[in-house]
Design a protein around this ligand. Structure first.
Ligand code: GDP
Length: 191
């Protein structure tokens, strides 16, 4: 199983630093603190692969991971109030370039906090990705923080508001949704 064998390749602050394509690539996106690193680590069956950052919004580079037949790109998130406009512009340029130009990109996994999905960050990303015809899979993580009825409500709400994307519930800490995420990612990479 390829998911258990992903390894870090490089951290690219600019498009010139992107590694050569090495198979279909899946991007992971999410607002800062949404739970992206924890989700990525859970999907890869590891604890320290993606750095769960204690300093919010610090990562401004795309981190690339490679397995035997699959690559992951961990996109930097933002969403904390006091980001200087220059930093935000650089982030925007990097992400837009990646989404629009990255040849092996097969789909985007958008990690959202199940308690507040579809933030401005998420909508922005869906808009850019939609413009490039990218496939999205929406992962509602930290679902363990909601009672079951509200989990279902959150999922239905997202499905209703976003056209043409798949969506699921997930919890890194309670470890549910991992198999579903893996299956969906495999289907995006190998349609
Ligand atoms: P990132 O900034 O999107 O990479 O978010 P992190 O993965 O670093 O997680 C942000 C915070 O949410 C951390 O305190 C995590 O422990 C917590 N967290 C992440 N995933 C879950 C989850 O599935 N359930 C719960 N209860 N907490 C989570």
């Amino acid at each position: 199983n390829d998911f258990n064998h992903m390894r870090f390749v490089c951290s690219a602050p600019t498009p010139r630093a992107f590694p050569a394509p090495a198979g279909p690539e899946i991007a992971f996106a999410g607002r800062s603190n949404a739970g992206k690193s924890s989700a990525l680590n859970a999907i890869c069956g590891r604890t320290g692969l993606a750095r769960t950052s204690k300093t919010p919004g610090r990562t401004q580079a795309i981190n690339f991971f490679v397995g035997e037949a699959l690559c992951f790109a961990d996109l930097p998130g933002y969403g904390y109030a006091r980001v200087p406009p220059k930093t935000k512009a650089a982030w925007q340029a990097l992400i837009e370039h990646y989404l629009g130009q990255r040849e092996p990109l097969a789909g985007v996994v958008l990690i959202m906090d199940a308690r507040r999905p579809l933030t401005d960050f998420d909508r922005q990303l869906l808009e850019w990705g939609g413009a490039y015809g990218l496939a999205f899979h929406l992962v509602l993580t930290k679902a363990d923080k909601l009672p079951r009825s509200q989990q279902i409500e959150a999922l239905r709400g997202v499905e209703r508001r976003v056209d043409g994307a798949s969506a699921q519930l997930f919890s890194a800490s309670k470890r549910f949704g991992i198999d579903e995420a893996r299956e969906t990612i495999a289907a995006l990479a190998y349609p």
